[in-house]
Design a protein around this ligand. Structure first.
Ligand SMILES: *[C@@H]1O[C@H](CO)[C@@H](O)[C@H](O)[C@H]1NC(C)=O
Ligand SMILES: *[C@@H]1O[C@H](CO)[C@@H](O)[C@H](O)[C@H]1NC(C)=O
Ligand SMILES: *[C@@H]1O[C@H](CO)[C@@H](O)[C@H](O)[C@H]1NC(C)=O
Ligand SMILES: *[C@@H]1O[C@H](CO)[C@@H](O)[C@H](O)[C@H]1NC(C)=O
Ligand SMILES: *[C@@H]1O[C@H](CO)[C@@H](O)[C@H](O)[C@H]1NC(C)=O
Length: 442
């Protein structure tokens, strides 16, 4: 795998809205982009990470199939380094390629369980598409109603990986053995550099769940904060996931971006965001793969957002919440999980951080904010308001999680600290997680 040098990040953590950068590049209209993909040959791209001519052909064919029949693009804008093309909801790749026709009436979000007491106040980051911004080329940073922002699938992006599957891939979740013990060596033997977690988990029948994730820009190859909803096992393991990830190789930015992920078959297929057919987006205001308008500041303001996954009548719905109400963003249609466990319910929930490094010569990344959980409020990364959804119902009320801690790797590198809802005040069930990483962590 190739990996570009990290920019020194000192002082960058407080950077809000670096949307309009002084860059001497030119705007690439949609038609020009697509023609470029059509005309491309392996000979022009053989100095990239792509492993073979066949792998290049597969990448090129995938991009072209994702856009074949996409219709008119009503607006294109650039947010940070990411191009968004506004495509009609009914012409987006999942709808065309999986033949999703009738989209059933979605449910309302699930409400918080009751809590009492107080808690620190943090700020909701807003989707930049709602801020009436203009990009450096003069394009409005928004998509009209009935369209969605689709992150442009460029050859530059995909050829940073040896093949198409590597571009789609995300590592498996930690699978703690029930109820609370695991064979850590077994996990570390899984080949390559392991993906290491510090998180809270609970085995419980659920229809999704909720958490408020605070936003940071940790330094390193790959570092995230997320939720996992897991069902099935072995080759039939299925997940729905989401949160923020700092992953420059894939997203070409040192800032953390919003992501979702799913797999129907133990990570043999499935992908991030809308990189392959899977997710159907129905909301024009949220941009998967995009940066945020604010990140938390160590010792200062804390920023974040709320994510809720809710399975209702076989469909997994995504809600996101900034300063306003929960907004329905889209869904994974039931068909993508075949007859698997996630067509019924999930069995395991997990919340917390994950890191990996792509080369043994690299340092293990910071997790969360880079501070240990013991540093606490305004210093350490957290997820709060963590509840699961106990029933297949419209609306309804969640149940606070009762999480177990799970840490892989050295506690000199990262850790997790859980607070049960009974002691969590108005944060309900919550956790602090993370740490500085280092050279010896695995
Ligand atoms: C920007 O790029 C153009 C053409 O590529 C070049 O002529 C110009 O000098 C560049 N400007 C700056 C400030 O680098
Ligand atoms: C890439 O293709 C060009 C043109 O066929 C060739 O000259 C060059 O040697 C190739 N480079 C690599 C690294 O294979
Ligand atoms: C959006 O920004 C433009 C200028 O960039 C301004 O004229 C307009 O009033 C703004 N609209 C809203 C709703 O704030
Ligand atoms: C599921 O995936 C894990 C991790 O990639 C792998 O170790 C395991 O062998 C897979 N199980 C099956 C049954 O395919
Ligand atoms: C959805 O969440 C809001 C909080 O944003 C809550 O007030 C509301 O009751 C929830 N809706 C339903 C139908 O439970």
């Amino acid at each position: 795998m190739i990996f570009t040098n990290l920019l020194p990040l000192t002082g960058l953590l407080t950077l809000a809205l670096p949307l309009i950068r002084a860059q001497n590049d030119s705007f690439i209209p949609f038609d020009v982009f697509l023609q470029g993909v059509q005309d491309a040959t392996y000979a022009e791209w053989n100095a990239t990470a792509v492993e073979s001519s066949d792998a290049f052909d597969e990448i090129q064919a995938h991009i072209l199939s994702m856009y074949n029949g996409i219709g008119d693009i009503s607006n294109t804008f650039v947010l940070g380094v990411e191009y968004a093309d506004c495509v009609d909801i009914d012409k987006q790749p999942t709808v065309r390629l999986l033949g999703v026709d009738n989209i059933q009436t979605p449910p309302s979000n699930t409400s918080y369980p009751r809590s009492k007491g107080e808690g620190h106040v943090s700020n909701y980051a807003e989707s930049p598409l709602k801020l009436n911004l203009t990009d450096r080329f003069g394009n409005h940073i928004s998509c009209p109603e009935e369209t969605i922002p689709f992150a442009r699938l460029t050859l530059q992006k995909l050829t940073r990986f040896p093949n198409l599957r590597a571009f789609f891939d995300k590592p498996p979740p930690a699978i703690p053995t029930q109820p609370s013990r695991l064979n850590q060596r077994e996990l570390l033997r899984r080949g390559g550099e392991p993906h290491l977690h510090a998180e809270g988990y609970e085995y419980v029948k659920n229809f999704g769940g909720n958490s408020w994730l605070n936003l940071w820009n940790p330094v390193g190859d790959f570092s995230l904060s997320q939720q996992w909803y897991v069902g099935g096992s072995g080759a039939h393991l299925q997940t729905v996931e989401g949160g923020w990830v700092n992953y420059e190789q894939k997203f070409h930015t040192r800032q953390s971006v919003l992501f979702i992920f799913y797999t129907p078959d133990n990570y043999s297929s499935g992908c991030w965001n809308m990189d392959c057919p899977g997710f159907v987006q129905t909301n024009n205001n949220w941009f998967l793969g995009a940066i945020w308008d604010h990140y938390s500041v160590s010792g200062g303001e804390q920023w974040g957002f709320e994510m809720q996954w809710k399975m209702y009548q076989g469909t997994w719905y995504l809600f996101l919440k900034g300063p306003g109400n929960y907004e329905l963003v889209g869904h994974y249609p039931p068909g993508i999980f075949g007859t698997g466990q996630l067509t019924k319910n999930a069995e395991l929930i997990e919340y917390g951080g994950e890191v990996t490094r792509f080369d043994p010569s690299h340092k293990w990344p910071q997790m969360g904010s880079g501070a240990f959980p013991s540093a606490g409020w305004t210093k350490a990364a957290f997820q709060k308001s963590i509840f699961y959804i106990p029933k297949d119902e419209n609306g309804g009320v969640g149940i606070w999680t009762s999480l177990f801690p799970f840490v892989e790797g050295s506690k000199n590198c990262w850790d997790v600290a859980l607070t049960p809802w009974q002691k969590g005040g108005n944060w309900g069930s919550y956790l602090y997680f993370g740490g500085p990483g280092g050279n010896v962590c695995g």
